[in-house]
Design a protein around this ligand. Sequence first.
Ligand code: SF4
Length: 328
Amino acid sequence: MKEAMYYEKLKDGKVRCNLCFHKCLLTTGKTGLCLGRKNIEGKLYAINYGRTTSLGMDPIEKKPLYHFFPGKEILSIAPNGCNLQCPFCQNAEISQTKITTREITPEDLISLCKRYNSIGVAYTYSEPLIWYEFLIDAGTSVKNAGFKNVLVTNGIIEEEPLKQLLPLIDALNIDLKSIREDFYRKIVKGDLSSVMRTINMAHKISHIELTNLIITDLNDSDEDIEDLVDWVSNLDISIPLHFSRYFPHYKMNNPPTPQERLEFAYRKAKEKLDYVYVGNIYIPDTNNTYCPKCGNLLIERNAYYGASIASLNGRKCNNCGKEINIVL
Ligand code: SF4
């Protein structure tokens, strides 16, 4: 436990957390809606500091990050909680309810990275931004030890804390759940403008990739997909975009995303973006990386997250020499 950053003390022992747009107003003894921060006698504490729900090695492709050290593995940890309430959450067991956690220190992370030949640490599975104080401390140690920091995040954070955090972060996969504000407000109790700001800021200093979970009848119309692709392409056509297949889970029973919707999204996005992928379902070719200029196969991936470099010369296409948006 550690005193939180980015909060203010108010009258009568109340505090306001300023880490994300929710701005939780907490009386003594109350916990923020993300489960990670609590008012204890008029001070806000990060009660999740140094406590992880999970610990394991994953292929970097599983995050998913396809353009960041392809084929490598990364140590993956997760806090308990989240600042969104997605009814379709695929990790609700660790994000939406309090569960047992175990202690982990920055020193543990570095020694595990060395022991398991990890490229670094991925803060993932639930919502790492609510682990803010631990991200700052662990991220600093991990970076100073020569390893990478990776965030897999919903992007819900205020501008000032993000500005302080980003220099520590090498790569992010950011969920862009929908391009509609009312989807964020009504379905996941979130804030689209926070996510867009995070994408814009992170894009300037870190490697980013985006994920859009296509959910039957919620964000899967032609217009939803086309408008999202337009927004990404206006930012940068070289940002990798991952469409992901939804399956019923937690509180949501809508049927699984039909393959046809994912193929439509893939086709539409490929008209405007250089790198587009489809996950949570195996559709041949939609996991490979092709040169956007000459079509040469650059990286081949299989359904089990295996990746092999087929034709890259450093960061350039071996065939036509085009520079590829990739970190190796
Ligand atoms: S980080 Fe948590 S406690 Fe702070 S405002 Fe957001 S939801 Fe509330």
